[in-house]
Design a protein around this ligand. Structure first.
Ligand code: B4P
Length: 192
């Protein structure tokens, strides 16, 4: 099984590239952001609590997202692989993912990190905010809060995978298709 962690700050292109990767490789896409937004849309208690935090640009508690990922892994026993998009976002989430995958006799093959300059991220998110209806995309103060959360809590996750020699950084600016080709080269290099 081929399990890839797609990593990067808010707006780096994780969701965008994930859509193309699932078409190319037939892996299952697990985006904790999408899973949380579907809980919000369903109006569940979990969704209501998550919405307050997400709208403020703050990460939701580790146990919530780890529980969602655990359920998805169990629900997809025959998967060829998973693309983890926006997860893990903290070191405790990364250690939990290793343990969950070990329970399913598999592991993370590699982390692919999209590297994008701060001003480009802000411009992309504000642009998406014009049409996405996402409250966390609408203003620069909220976007700055999300980037702060990324710098303080999420960046250390890259070091976690670097220590395991599983980290590859890719320049995430430019044409979506060019970035996609670079990601495919890295995944193809992992072998099956
Ligand atoms: P997410 O849903 O993961 O959202 P995101 O980081 O904003 O980025 P996304 O990946 O969707 O956007 P993309 O870069 O593809 O998280 C939202 C919130 O949920 C978090 O703030 C947090 O509160 C919570 N959450 C989620 N997971 C969590 C976890 N594990 N733990 C705790 N809390 C969690 O694209 C952005 C824009 O850029 C798009 O408009 C796209 O079209 C554009 N774009 C992409 N690539 C481009 C390119 N090459 N050129 C130009 N534009 C490009």
């Amino acid at each position: 099984m081929q399990n890839i962690v797609l990593f990067g700050p808010p707006g780096a292109g994780k969701g965008t590239q994930s859509q193309k990767l699932i078409e190319q490789y037939g892996y299952i896409h697990l985006s904790t952001g999408d899973l949380l937004r579907s809980q919000i849309a369903l109006g569940t208690q979990l969704g209501q609590k998550a919405k307050e935090l997400m709208d403020a640009g703050i990460l939701v508690p580790d146990e919530v997202v780890i529980g969602m990922i655990a359920s998805e892994l169990t629900a997809n026993p025959g998967a060829k692989g998973f693309i983890f998009d926006g997860f893990p976002r903290t070191v405790p989430q990364a250690t939990a993912l290793d343990a969950l995958l070990a329970d399913h006799s598999t592991s993370v093959k590699g982390m692919i990190a999209l590297e994008v300059a701060h001003d480009v991220l802000v411009a992309r998110l504000l642009n998406r905010g014009l049409t996405s209806g996402r409250p966390d995309d609408v203003n620069e103060v909220l976007i700055a809060k999300r980037v702060d959360e990324y710098n303080s809590k999420t960046k250390p996750v890259a070091d976690y995978y670097k220590a395991q020699h599983k980290y590859t950084g890719i320049f995430g600016e430019g044409e979506v298709d060019d970035i996609f080709q670079q990601i495919c080269r890295v995944i193809d290099g992992f072998g099956r």
